[in-house]
Design a protein around this ligand. Sequence first.
Ligand code: NI
Length: 400
Amino acid sequence: MKVTSWGESLLKEGLEMEDRLVAFRRDLHRNPELSHQESRTAAKVLAAIEGLGLKIRTQVGGHGIVADLQGGSPGPLIALRADMDALPIAEETDLPFASEVPGVMHACGHDGHTAILLGAVSLLAARKEQLHGSVRFLFQGAEEINAGAKAMIEDGALEAVDEIYGLHNLPTLPAGQAATRYGSLMGSVDRFEIQLEGKGGHGAIPDQSIDPVVAASAIVMALQTAASREISPFDPVVVTVGSIHAGEANNVIPHRAELTGTVRTFSPDVQRQMKERLERLIVRISEGYRCKAKLNYIEQTPVLVNHDDPVRHVEDTVDALIGRERRIEAAPTMAGEDFSIYLQHVPGCFFWLGSGPPVGAEQAFGLHHPRFTLNEACLPLGAALLSAIAFRRLIGQNER
Ligand code: NI
């Protein structure tokens, strides 16, 4: 493995702070906080970065923190982002530092992301005189409900930012590896809510009622054709109706029915067309069944589309730091991530950092699983990688 001098020192110093990063991550893991409630986590982050000479703004887009590290001379502003929130999941691991908050768990590893970014703050703060430009650290809340990035941007988090980078741990990839992808990496997330109004009545006298249950059933079936009959099979789309609520009794035709669902796409063009498709099917099928339909279609997260030049920069950095043999091409996923919203405003790259067990060990549990665990070996490496990405952007060409 060929490692440059800057790479060697980042890796070495990253490893030296492993115990501190692990302890920080475990403390967050034990005390997880749901989206929009990350006050303790934010206070811990603030305490950890105070005194390092950064310009710090708190309460950005909720409990978010924006911290600027000014380099030794002027130049571009590179943003690095971590998310901080946990999920409404009851933890089922037997870890000694398992969640002490009932029903709340860091099951997506955002505790690890926060620790990794803290490590990057330390590594870069120690090198600030070498930087021709500045680094902005974004500690973001409310990622799991697709609200944090948008709120941070509205609060000015991206002002003057030239490029942004972020990572997510991936338990199906062994720690010590990274995965990148040009173009679309993660799917869009839209939510829809349908209200159907019929006319309630006796279950034995259907002719005097308008049955929203039958209309709802027809809509569920028809919505599948929005994907299978209207979109090219080469464009992935998922339409899932996840809840149906109607009626209370077996012999009563209810007055109304409510359905909710999710739409995932992998191309911004397809995402743009989905609302019209669903609306047409829902409204016209309802009419056919004499029901009134109301659709509330909420676009939550756009497709995460990486920008070519930043991807190339991440790949070069990964190769220089840990070796080309430890980088793979990421498979696309329909899961969503609100980092995509930053990428609509400034160029950047989001990539996967392996957080799984070593090759050959038992398979890890996936993200959002109650038994999800994170191989903490990824923490110092993640810190070294993130800081290297900013560092290499802000030093002279020949030093890279
Ligand atoms: Ni996540």
